[in-house]
Design a protein around this ligand. Structure first.
Ligand SMILES: *Cc1c(COP(=O)(O)O)cnc(C)c1O
Length: 495
């Protein structure tokens, strides 16, 4: 059955998957959502025998219904190849009785690679299918990891250009080095004097500028997005939840139909929304555990039904989750409003104006499958240290937030079902915070000394992504104010 994509702010628009991927964001400022969530059409037992690429096909074909089998399989095999340093693509590691789903084995060692290694192929295929002759200009706001993953995915891809905005003082040193050393004539990296929310808001504003869109068209180019507001990011993220379940089944750790819990370190609400979609497709997930850092706007939302971004923005050791405006929450709000675009649009208007909104009791009643909590900086560090001391396994700061919140969940509820924790980044990406959590004595070392120290301590080889940037020259040094983003884009495009 065909899936069409509707805007969360306008009940009438319905476009094909390839069109939604090309546009990124709907013209009315809404996000594209599937008009229904398709059910898995293979049994869990059948999925258990499949490799990552095969599971990816079984899941994605249900959403990208205007792609032919050949097109989709081609995108999948180009994406999930030797760019990943392990055959299984997303291995499950059992540590202390919990399963860590390692989503960081791609080119830039964060989970963003899971979707961004396929998005460029989905995008160029979509352009071909829709006879788009324009160059596609990818505009991306990043809290640190999306930027590099999108750059790696789109660098050198014919017919595309990519511009990345990151908060100049809001990312880890390794994250910044990864981005500013990016090669490729079609890449452009800019630090902004502001935080991630400023970057994301600026990008959304550029998207919505009709006058600029006209000039772009005349110059033979058009914008799209590599952020998780693009449905082409979200759909590939559903795959690994299905895959994780299938692996647990295959390894005999659960029986077919057993429900599992899933804990996700959350910022923009994209990763956990993908788990929610997986659950709605029929994957037996009991609780969706939404873990926040000290920017605990989502924890407050799940507790009170009030979303309020009027608060201090905290810079934490898990910078990829330093977000107060979680874009993808809009997709959940739309859903619990009964797919009511009008009701959702109203709430988003209030959010834009007052910076907060409250959902109805009826909507709140539908959030029972979610559990929200947060981890303080101290708790995050303690989680890394204790897990290391008990098992020798080293996790990054983001994963530690989820691990800590999962511990709180179990303590509160006694629910000891098998659980999967989304492990979203390699500890090598946040070396200083990770090593300081284990022992403050490391704080005097340089970033790359810490890399070698971590490698010895965790008995894990230094990832290629880190080796590459040790000596790589800085090729991007643009910095701009947050109100200069559009001008910067125009300069880059020669408009
Ligand atoms: C992006 C990111 C997150 C947050 O994911 P969302 O989909 O934005 O909720 C968590 N951890 C890491 C390492 C990330 O890069």
């Amino acid at each position: 059955m065909e899936v069409l994509y509707k805007s969360t702010r306008n009940g009438e628009i319905g476009v094909k998957a390839s069109e939604a991927i090309l546009k990124g964001l709907s013209e009315d400022g809404g996000l594209f959502v599937p008009d229904h969530i398709p059910a898995l059409d293979k049994s869990l037992q059948e999925l258990a025998g499949m490799n990552y690429r095969e599971v990816a096909y079984e899941v994605m074909k249900l959403y990208l219904t205007d792609f032919t089998e050949e097109e989709l399989r081609d995108c999948i095999s180009r994406a999930y190849d030797s760019k990943f340093d392990t055959e299984s693509v997303a291995p499950l590691v059992d540590a202390d009785g919990t399963y860590y789903l390692e989503l960081f084995h791609g080119a830039t060692i964060a989970f963003k690679d899971m979707a961004l290694s396929i998005l460029p192929h989905l995008m160029t295929t979509s352009a071909r299918k829709n006879q788009v002759k324009n160059d596609i200009v990818i505009l991306t706001a990043t809290s640190g990891d999306t930027g590099k993953a999108a750059l790696a995915g789109f660098a050198g891809v014919e017919g595309t250009k990519i511009v990345v905005f990151y908060p100049k003082n809001g990312v880890s040193p390794i994250q910044e080095k990864q981005m500013v050393t990016q090669k490729g004539d079609n890449t452009y990296v800019v630090g902004i004097r502001g935080n991630f929310d400023d970057a994301q808001t600026g990008v959304k504003r550029i998207f919505a500028d009709k006058e600029l869109a006209g000039r772009m068209e005349a110059a033979g180019c058009q914008f799209s997005s590599a952020n998780s507001i693009n449905i082409g990011r979200l759909v590939p993220q559903i795959v690994y939840y299905v895959y994780a379940y299938a692996k647990l089944l295959e390894e005999g750790r659960i029986r077919e139909g057993d429900a599992i819990n899933v804990a996700v370190p959350t910022g923009n609400f994209g990763n956990i929304l993908a788990a929610f979609y997986a659950k709605n497709m029929g994957l037996p997930i009991a609780r969706l555990i939404c873990a926040s850092n000290e920017n605990r706007v989502l924890y407050d939302f799940f507790r009170t039904g009030v979303y309020d971004r009027n608060r201090e923005f905290v810079l934490t050791s898990s910078p990829s989750m330093d977000i107060l405006i979680s874009s993808n929450l809009e997709r959940l709000v739309y859903r619990i409003a009964g797919d009511d675009a009008e009701a959702n649009a109203l709430l988003m208007q209030v959010l834009n104006g007052e910076g907060k909104y409250e959902i109805t009791e009826e909507m709140k009643a539908q959030l029972g499958e979610f559990y929200g909590n947060y981890a303080s900086e101290q708790e995050t560090a303690d989680t890394i240290r204790t897990l290391y001391e008990r098992t020798g396994y080293v996790i990054d700061t983001h994963t530690a937030v989820a691990s800590c919140v999962y511990g709180k969940y179990v303590k509160e509820t006694g629910d000891a079902r098998p659980a999967v924790i989304a492990s979203t980044a390699s500890p090598f990406k946040f070396t200083r915070s990770v090593m300081n959590a284990i022992d403050m004595k490391y704080n005097s070392m340089t970033d790359f000394e810490l890399v070698d120290e971590l490698s010895a301590l965790a008995h894990v080889a230094v990832p290629k992504a880190i080796e590459e940037i040790r000596t790589a020259p800085v090729v991007h040094d643009h910095v701009c104010d947050r109100d200069e983003m559009q001008k910067t884009v125009e300069e880059f495009l020669g408009l």
